[in-house]
Design a protein around this ligand. Structure first.
Ligand SMILES: [Zn+2]
Length: 116
């Protein structure tokens, strides 16, 4: 039986998030520098579905910033600038225009392979 699209999307997001946490492990939370717990989105998954598995839009965060401070986005933006520079943030913010899409089965399978 074929995996349903929502299950495939969850699997892809889980693999991607694990890859992000590993990438940023030594760097700490993008917003505050504390040890990391989660992969946190700058532009939210719900409103910017095209950026939900974009390496530029997702960085490791601590539990406090990700959950209790709802992403701690002002500090997140400052963290992006200090880590990557102003141009990076401008590019990411440019990508957020029209960033809604439906993920296809094939795209999700590619993500799962890429970030396994
Ligand atoms: Zn934090």
């Amino acid at each position: 039986m074929k995996t349903t699209l929502p299950k495939l999307k969850k699997k892809a997001q889980d693999k991607f998030n694990a890859w992000i946490r590993n990438r940023d492990r030594e760097l700490g939370c993008i917003s505050c520098g504390n040890p990391i717990d989660h992969a946190g989105h700058y532009f939210s998954s719900g409103h910017y579905s095209a950026l939900t598995m974009d390496e530029m839009n997702v960085h490791a965060q601590c539990l406090r910033c990700n959950n209790f401070l709802h992403g701690n986005l002002i500090k997140y933006r400052m963290g992006l600038i200090s880590r990557y520079g102003e141009d990076y943030v401008n590019e990411l913010e440019g990508k957020s225009i029209n960033a809604v899409k439906k993920w296809s089965r094939q795209e999700l399978e590619e993500i799962i392979l890429k970030y396994k």
